[in-house]
Design a protein around this ligand. Structure first.
Ligand code: GDP
Ligand code: MG
Length: 221
Protein backbone atom coordinates (compact mmCIF):
# COMPACT_ATOMS: atom_id res chain seq x y z
CA UNK A 1 0.00 0.00 0.00
CA UNK A 2 1.43 3.43 -0.85
CA UNK A 3 0.73 6.75 0.85
CA UNK A 4 -2.05 7.54 -1.59
CA UNK A 5 -3.98 4.61 -0.18
CA UNK A 6 -3.97 6.04 3.32
CA UNK A 7 -5.88 8.90 4.84
CA UNK A 8 -4.29 11.72 6.79
CA UNK A 9 -4.33 9.59 9.93
CA UNK A 10 -2.42 6.80 8.25
CA UNK A 11 -5.41 4.47 8.19
CA UNK A 12 -6.26 2.59 5.05
CA UNK A 13 -8.54 4.50 2.71
CA UNK A 14 -12.03 3.12 2.35
CA UNK A 15 -12.56 2.67 -1.37
CA UNK A 16 -15.84 2.06 -3.09
CA UNK A 17 -16.49 1.18 -6.67
CA UNK A 18 -19.51 2.79 -8.32
CA UNK A 19 -20.50 1.53 -11.73
CA UNK A 20 -22.61 3.78 -13.98
CA UNK A 21 -25.04 1.97 -16.25
CA UNK A 22 -27.88 2.87 -18.56
CA UNK A 23 -28.64 3.49 -22.20
CA UNK A 24 -26.39 5.54 -24.40
CA UNK A 25 -26.93 9.32 -24.18
CA UNK A 26 -28.76 9.27 -20.87
CA UNK A 27 -25.98 11.47 -19.46
CA UNK A 28 -23.77 9.10 -17.46
CA UNK A 29 -20.54 10.79 -18.53
CA UNK A 30 -22.08 14.24 -18.06
CA UNK A 31 -23.11 13.40 -14.49
CA UNK A 32 -19.59 12.24 -13.69
CA UNK A 33 -18.06 15.33 -15.33
CA UNK A 34 -20.40 17.58 -13.37
CA UNK A 35 -19.47 15.90 -10.10
CA UNK A 36 -15.72 15.75 -10.70
CA UNK A 37 -15.07 18.99 -12.60
CA UNK A 38 -18.31 20.91 -12.11
CA UNK A 39 -18.57 21.41 -15.86
CA UNK A 40 -21.07 20.64 -18.59
CA UNK A 41 -20.12 21.11 -22.23
CA UNK A 42 -23.31 19.97 -23.96
CA UNK A 43 -21.46 17.49 -26.13
CA UNK A 44 -21.85 13.76 -26.52
CA UNK A 45 -19.14 11.75 -24.79
CA UNK A 46 -18.97 8.46 -26.56
CA UNK A 47 -17.33 6.41 -23.86
CA UNK A 48 -15.32 3.62 -25.38
CA UNK A 49 -15.84 0.47 -23.38
CA UNK A 50 -15.24 1.26 -19.74
CA UNK A 51 -13.32 4.04 -18.08
CA UNK A 52 -12.87 5.10 -14.50
CA UNK A 53 -11.95 8.09 -12.43
CA UNK A 54 -11.42 8.36 -8.67
CA UNK A 55 -12.50 11.10 -6.35
CA UNK A 56 -11.46 11.39 -2.75
CA UNK A 57 -13.96 12.86 -0.33
CA UNK A 58 -12.56 14.35 2.86
CA UNK A 59 -14.52 14.43 6.06
CA UNK A 60 -13.44 15.86 9.38
CA UNK A 61 -11.40 12.83 10.33
CA UNK A 62 -12.08 10.41 7.58
CA UNK A 63 -11.44 10.04 3.91
CA UNK A 64 -13.16 7.79 1.43
CA UNK A 65 -12.39 7.27 -2.19
CA UNK A 66 -15.10 6.75 -4.75
CA UNK A 67 -14.06 5.03 -7.93
CA UNK A 68 -16.53 5.98 -10.65
CA UNK A 69 -16.71 3.51 -13.51
CA UNK A 70 -18.29 4.95 -16.62
CA UNK A 71 -19.60 2.41 -19.09
CA UNK A 72 -20.81 2.68 -22.66
CA UNK A 73 -24.45 1.78 -23.25
CA UNK A 74 -23.91 0.41 -26.73
CA UNK A 75 -24.81 -3.20 -27.30
CA UNK A 76 -21.34 -4.09 -28.50
CA UNK A 77 -19.94 -3.37 -25.05
CA UNK A 78 -22.69 -5.12 -23.12
CA UNK A 79 -20.71 -8.30 -22.71
CA UNK A 80 -18.04 -6.41 -20.78
CA UNK A 81 -20.38 -4.96 -18.24
CA UNK A 82 -21.15 -7.91 -15.94
CA UNK A 83 -17.52 -8.11 -14.89
CA UNK A 84 -17.64 -4.45 -13.80
CA UNK A 85 -20.86 -4.94 -11.92
CA UNK A 86 -19.51 -7.99 -10.14
CA UNK A 87 -17.12 -6.25 -7.78
CA UNK A 88 -18.87 -2.92 -7.38
CA UNK A 89 -20.40 -1.60 -4.17
CA UNK A 90 -22.85 0.70 -5.88
CA UNK A 91 -24.66 0.52 -9.23
CA UNK A 92 -25.99 3.83 -10.54
CA UNK A 93 -28.48 3.20 -13.33
CA UNK A 94 -29.26 6.32 -15.33
CA UNK A 95 -32.22 7.11 -17.57
CA UNK A 96 -33.27 10.27 -19.36
CA UNK A 97 -36.58 11.70 -18.10
CA UNK A 98 -37.28 12.99 -21.62
CA UNK A 99 -36.90 9.50 -23.12
CA UNK A 100 -39.49 6.83 -22.44
CA UNK A 101 -37.35 4.19 -24.10
CA UNK A 102 -34.41 4.83 -21.78
CA UNK A 103 -36.84 4.31 -18.88
CA UNK A 104 -38.27 1.12 -20.41
CA UNK A 105 -34.77 -0.25 -20.79
CA UNK A 106 -34.00 0.44 -17.15
CA UNK A 107 -35.42 -2.90 -16.06
CA UNK A 108 -32.89 -4.67 -18.26
CA UNK A 109 -30.05 -2.83 -16.52
CA UNK A 110 -31.49 -3.38 -13.08
CA UNK A 111 -31.88 -7.09 -13.79
CA UNK A 112 -28.24 -7.23 -14.88
CA UNK A 113 -27.23 -5.71 -11.56
CA UNK A 114 -29.44 -7.88 -9.38
CA UNK A 115 -28.46 -10.94 -11.44
CA UNK A 116 -24.77 -10.33 -10.77
CA UNK A 117 -24.89 -8.95 -7.25
CA UNK A 118 -28.27 -9.76 -5.76
CA UNK A 119 -28.79 -7.56 -2.73
CA UNK A 120 -25.05 -7.14 -2.15
CA UNK A 121 -25.05 -3.87 -4.04
CA UNK A 122 -26.56 -0.48 -3.38
CA UNK A 123 -28.80 0.21 -6.36
CA UNK A 124 -29.42 3.82 -7.30
CA UNK A 125 -31.80 4.84 -10.09
CA UNK A 126 -31.18 8.30 -11.49
CA UNK A 127 -33.51 10.25 -13.76
CA UNK A 128 -31.31 12.79 -15.54
CA UNK A 129 -32.11 15.88 -17.67
CA UNK A 130 -34.84 17.31 -15.43
CA UNK A 131 -34.03 20.70 -16.96
CA UNK A 132 -35.95 19.53 -20.06
CA UNK A 133 -39.58 20.55 -19.74
CA UNK A 134 -41.07 17.98 -22.10
CA UNK A 135 -40.75 14.97 -19.85
CA UNK A 136 -41.80 11.52 -21.00
CA UNK A 137 -41.35 9.97 -17.57
CA UNK A 138 -42.87 11.43 -14.42
CA UNK A 139 -41.19 11.56 -11.06
CA UNK A 140 -43.92 9.29 -9.68
CA UNK A 141 -43.11 6.65 -12.32
CA UNK A 142 -39.43 6.82 -11.47
CA UNK A 143 -40.09 6.55 -7.75
CA UNK A 144 -42.45 3.63 -8.27
CA UNK A 145 -39.89 1.69 -10.29
CA UNK A 146 -37.20 2.38 -7.71
CA UNK A 147 -39.51 1.12 -4.97
CA UNK A 148 -40.19 -2.07 -6.90
CA UNK A 149 -36.46 -2.71 -7.19
CA UNK A 150 -35.54 -1.66 -3.69
CA UNK A 151 -33.43 1.18 -5.04
CA UNK A 152 -32.67 4.77 -4.05
CA UNK A 153 -34.19 7.27 -6.50
CA UNK A 154 -32.76 10.63 -7.49
CA UNK A 155 -33.63 13.13 -10.19
CA UNK A 156 -30.81 15.32 -11.42
CA UNK A 157 -29.67 17.64 -14.16
CA UNK A 158 -26.04 17.32 -15.16
CA UNK A 159 -26.59 20.41 -17.31
CA UNK A 160 -27.59 22.68 -14.44
CA UNK A 161 -25.89 20.72 -11.69
CA UNK A 162 -29.19 20.16 -9.92
CA UNK A 163 -29.01 17.52 -7.19
CA UNK A 164 -25.65 16.15 -8.36
CA UNK A 165 -23.85 16.70 -5.07
CA UNK A 166 -26.89 15.50 -3.16
CA UNK A 167 -26.85 12.32 -5.19
CA UNK A 168 -23.23 11.55 -4.34
CA UNK A 169 -23.66 12.63 -0.71
CA UNK A 170 -26.58 10.30 -0.36
CA UNK A 171 -24.60 7.43 -1.87
CA UNK A 172 -21.53 8.13 0.27
CA UNK A 173 -23.61 8.39 3.43
CA UNK A 174 -24.95 4.88 2.97
CA UNK A 175 -21.51 3.34 2.54
CA UNK A 176 -20.13 1.69 5.64
CA UNK A 177 -17.74 3.81 7.63
CA UNK A 178 -18.68 7.16 6.12
CA UNK A 179 -20.93 8.84 8.62
CA UNK A 180 -21.18 12.06 6.70
CA UNK A 181 -24.15 13.64 8.38
CA UNK A 182 -22.44 13.48 11.74
CA UNK A 183 -19.07 14.54 10.49
CA UNK A 184 -19.59 17.50 8.20
CA UNK A 185 -19.64 20.91 9.76
CA UNK A 186 -21.95 23.44 8.10
CA UNK A 187 -18.99 25.24 6.58
CA UNK A 188 -17.33 22.18 5.19
CA UNK A 189 -18.66 20.51 2.12
CA UNK A 190 -16.93 17.16 1.76
CA UNK A 191 -17.62 17.26 -1.95
CA UNK A 192 -15.67 20.46 -2.29
CA UNK A 193 -12.32 19.44 -3.57
CA UNK A 194 -10.66 22.57 -2.32
CA UNK A 195 -10.24 20.47 0.79
CA UNK A 196 -7.76 18.33 -1.08
CA UNK A 197 -4.68 20.45 -1.46
CA UNK A 198 -2.15 19.49 -4.08
CA UNK A 199 -4.06 16.68 -5.71
CA UNK A 200 -5.90 18.42 -8.52
CA UNK A 201 -8.76 18.87 -6.14
CA UNK A 202 -8.65 15.30 -4.94
CA UNK A 203 -9.38 13.96 -8.38
CA UNK A 204 -7.16 11.12 -9.39
CA UNK A 205 -7.24 10.65 -13.11
CA UNK A 206 -7.74 7.16 -14.29
CA UNK A 207 -4.58 6.15 -16.10
CA UNK A 208 -2.22 5.80 -13.17
CA UNK A 209 -4.88 4.36 -10.94
CA UNK A 210 -6.07 1.97 -13.60
CA UNK A 211 -2.58 0.54 -13.89
CA UNK A 212 -2.09 0.40 -10.17
CA UNK A 213 -5.43 -0.90 -9.06
CA UNK A 214 -6.92 -2.79 -11.95
CA UNK A 215 -4.27 -3.85 -14.41
CA UNK A 216 -6.26 -6.07 -16.68
CA UNK A 217 -9.62 -4.42 -16.94
CA UNK A 218 -9.41 -0.80 -18.00
CA UNK A 219 -9.74 0.22 -21.61
CA UNK A 220 -11.93 -0.83 -24.39
CA UNK A 221 -12.99 -3.75 -26.47
P1 GDP B 1 -23.84 8.99 -21.90
O1 GDP B 1 -23.82 8.31 -23.24
O2 GDP B 1 -24.86 8.35 -21.00
O3 GDP B 1 -22.48 9.07 -21.26
O4 GDP B 1 -24.37 10.49 -22.15
P2 GDP B 1 -23.55 11.85 -22.32
O5 GDP B 1 -23.03 12.31 -21.00
O6 GDP B 1 -22.57 11.71 -23.42
O7 GDP B 1 -24.71 12.83 -22.74
C1 GDP B 1 -25.50 12.58 -23.89
C2 GDP B 1 -26.13 13.88 -24.37
O8 GDP B 1 -27.06 14.35 -23.41
C3 GDP B 1 -25.11 14.99 -24.56
O9 GDP B 1 -25.50 15.75 -25.70
C4 GDP B 1 -25.24 15.81 -23.30
O10 GDP B 1 -24.90 17.16 -23.51
C5 GDP B 1 -26.73 15.66 -23.00
N1 GDP B 1 -27.01 15.78 -21.57
C6 GDP B 1 -26.40 15.13 -20.55
N2 GDP B 1 -26.93 15.50 -19.37
C7 GDP B 1 -27.90 16.41 -19.64
C8 GDP B 1 -28.81 17.17 -18.82
O11 GDP B 1 -28.83 17.11 -17.58
N3 GDP B 1 -29.68 18.00 -19.48
C9 GDP B 1 -29.70 18.11 -20.84
N4 GDP B 1 -30.58 18.94 -21.39
N5 GDP B 1 -28.84 17.43 -21.64
C10 GDP B 1 -27.96 16.57 -21.05
MG1 MG C 1 -20.68 8.21 -21.91
Amino acid sequence: MNEGDKNTFGSPLAKYKLVFLGDQSTGKTSIINRFIYDTFDGKDHPTVGVDFISKTLNFENRTIRLQLWDTAGQERFRSLIPSYIRDSSVAVVVFDVSSKSSFSNLTKWVNDVRGERGSEVLLVIVGNKIDIEEREVTKAEGEQLAKEHDAIYYEVSAKLGTNINNLFMSIASTLPGAEISQMVSPNQNPLNDNNNAGNKGGVVLNTADANKEKPAKSGCC
